[in-house]
Design a protein around this ligand. Structure first.
Ligand SMILES: Nc1ncnc2c1ncn2[C@@H]1O[C@H](COP(=O)(O)OP(=O)(O)OP(=O)(O)O)[C@@H](O)[C@H]1O
Ligand SMILES: O=C(O)c1ccc[n+]([C@@H]2O[C@H](COP(=O)([O-])O)[C@@H](O)[C@H]2O)c1
Length: 187
């Protein structure tokens, strides 16, 4: 039986308590042997105008995902850019064969636009955390995934960056340990 690896990638610009809740609930549900938090060096499909550099986002993730069962990984800092998830998965497949990919429901909606998404589905089991997104129209996908039964968390990094810009508090929305650093970064 292969060890189970859970992969949770993101821009984490900055990481917020929604990310933490998602990871904790997925950990509790699956109890993977390894749980990798993977900040994206150069996230595909995202404007880089407002993105903090990789080292800062990596260090914020280390502070937020501090439990022993989370490993913050810098693999996407070493792999070629843009940080296509298939590349990360192919690299990890050299070591772990039983990979679970954790994404939010907004990412599921765009999953068919990901680079080599069908290849990804051959190599991982997809786990989806529910999320509201702007378009309320129902949508369906014709591939299998596991949807976590868990509370909707209406927090986004975009909202946090905007609140900081406007001088509003982000206490409670992000881990206390990173508030000063992210306030400097995004004000
Ligand atoms: N509140 C949330 N509920 C469910 N999934 C989420 C939530 N926030 C982030 N995610 C998921 O976590 C992963 C990484 O998200 P990301 O770092 O882009 O955060 P974000 O809040 O969506 O950022 P931004 O607002 O900058 O787009 C994605 O798969 C995303 O769908
Ligand atoms: O591989 C792709 O084409 C792809 C397209 C969009 C997003 N992703 C990955 O999905 C994760 C969440 O992305 P984001 O942009 O919502 O932070 C992150 O690890 C990205 O690298 C990957």
């Amino acid at each position: 039986m292969f060890a189970m690896l859970m992969l949770f990638g993101g821009s984490f610009n900055p990481p917020h308590i929604g990310h933490r809740i998602i990871a904790e609930i997925a950990y509790d549900e699956f109890k993977p042997d390894r749980f990798l938090i993977v900040p994206s060096k150069n996230p595909p499909h995202k404007s880089l105008d407002f993105i903090a550099n990789f080292d800062k986002r990596y260090s914020w993730c280390e502070k937020v995902f501090f439990e022993y069962y989370f490993e913050v990984s810098d693999i996407e800092n070493k792999l070629p850019s843009p940080s296509y998830t298939i590349r990360t998965i192919e690299y990890l497949s050299n070591f772990d064969k039983n990979i679970y990919l954790l994404i939010g429901e907004d990412s599921l909606k765009n999953f068919h636009k990901w680079y080599k998404w069908e290849e990804i589905l051959k190599k991982v089991k997809l786990v989806v955390y529910p999320r509201y997104f702007e378009e309320k129209k129902p949508y369906s996908v014709d591939f299998e995934y596991v949807k976590l039964e868990s509370p909707i968390v209406e927090i986004s990094s975009t909202d946090i960056r905007q609140r900081i810009k406007k001088g509003k508090t982000v206490k409670g929305l992000v881990d206390d340990k990173i508030i000063i650093e992210i306030s400097k970064e995004f004000s």
